[in-house]
Design a protein around this ligand. Structure first.
Ligand code: ADE
Ligand code: ZN
Length: 342
């Protein structure tokens, strides 16, 4: 395969899965302003430009404050549908053929929007893209870790009539001070209901939180996980089991997990033999969708085509697709990759 950094066109054309994406984090400023107007929600920003100017973050919490304020414009089922369709279209244009997406029901139910309103809008859009474009998807109900475990348990109860549409539970929001151990009971209950588990851990928090996510929550994947390198035994375990890390390179720079992309540990994670995937997290806030993230790491670390194709392979390997469907997607990826001139 070619040794030079692959072009944007090539990177975007590779079939890939997105495994770490918050639907609420795809709310582009233009859509936010439109929805604020149609739902009569006071946003506190007069223009798209003013909104974009506010997207300068010191850390995870300063981002979350703006992210939750933005969520307030999502009110009707149609809003959740429109939001999801807009994401799927962008993702599809950058090569995503399978998307496993988070939604944060508590950021809506706490404002009086029903769980049903949220999940029906999202589900309708996902179904439409499966039917129209064979774009497969999975929905992950993410608990907000700054709230109590009882609140998460109540949310799981509200989800009960819709569990046929939901594949897994996740854990996001303010990490430090809210360890995975706080949510052991609700993840156990989710397991009883045959839901899989993932968890944000090791974004700002220490390696111990990654151990807890694995051992106490039985997380099948670790979202972010970039702080694992501080613990050799943890790295050995993640490598031995080929646990997928859903890394979000542009997010990590925007939230100052690392000073720059070139100064991040992305290449070290790969060199350790970890199963690294590339994802966009909250693309409307962090300056790029999945293809932009792939291109950014390829340029920052001078990745060649074979390395980029391996990252795309990892995205299917780490997905919740059935084994035959994984094989199918890997085959599609190989066909596109082998058509690239050497
Ligand atoms: N919610 C949305 N994006 C998040 C992130 N990067 N970390 C934790 N919670 C989030
Ligand atoms: Zn995230």
């Amino acid at each position: 395969m070619r040794n030079e950094i692959p072009t944007k066109e090539l990177i975007w054309s590779l079939p890939k899965a997105e495994l770490h994406l918050h639907l609420e984090g795809t709310l582009e400023p233009e859509m936010m302003m439109q929805m604020a107007k149609r739902n009569n929600v006071a946003l506190g920003y007069q223009s798209v430009a003013e909104l974009r100017e506010a997207y300068v973050f010191a850390d995870l919490q300063s981002f979350l404050d703006i992210y939750y304020a933005g969520c307030s414009v999502l009110v009707e089922e149609q809003d959740f549908y429109d939001l999801t369709i807009a994401y799927l279209e962008r993702a599809r244009s950058q090569g995503v053929c399978h998307a496993e997406v988070f939604f944060d029901p508590q950021s809506h139910t706490s404002r009086g929007v029903s769980f049903e309103t949220v999940v029906r809008g999202i589900h309708r859009a996902l179904e439409e893209y499966q039917a129209s474009f064979q774009m497969s998807s999975r929905l992950i109900l993410s608990f907000l870790r700054h709230l109590s475990e009882d609140d998460a348990l109540a949310t799981l109860e509200e989800a009960t009539p819709f569990l046929g549409w939901i594949t897994a539970v996740g854990l996001d929001s303010s990490e430090v001070g809210n360890p995975p151990s706080k949510f052991t009971r609700v993840f156990a209950r989710a397991r009883e209901r045959h839901l899989l588990a993932v968890a944000h851990a090791g974004e700002e928090g220490p390696p111990e939180y990654i151990w807890e996510a694995l051992d106490l929550l039985h997380a099948a994947r670790i979202d972010h996980g970039v702080r694992c390198l501080g613990d050799a035994a943890l790295v050995a375990r993640l490598v031995a089991r080929q646990t997928t890390l859903t890394v979000c390179p542009l997010s990590n720079v925007k939230l100052h997990v690392f000073p720059t992309l070139a100064g991040s540990n992305f290449a070290d994670l790969i060199d350790e033999g970890l199963r690294v995937t590339v994802n966009s997290d909250d693309p409307a806030y962090f300056g790029g969708y999945i293809g932009d993230n792939f291109l950014a790491v390829a340029e920052a670390f001078a990745l060649d085509t074979a390395q980029v194709v391996q990252l795309a392979r990892n995205s299917f390997l780490g997905s919740f697709l059935s084994e035959p469907d994984k094989e199918l997607r890997l085959h599609q990826l190989s066909s596109v990759a082998s058509s690239i001139s050497f």
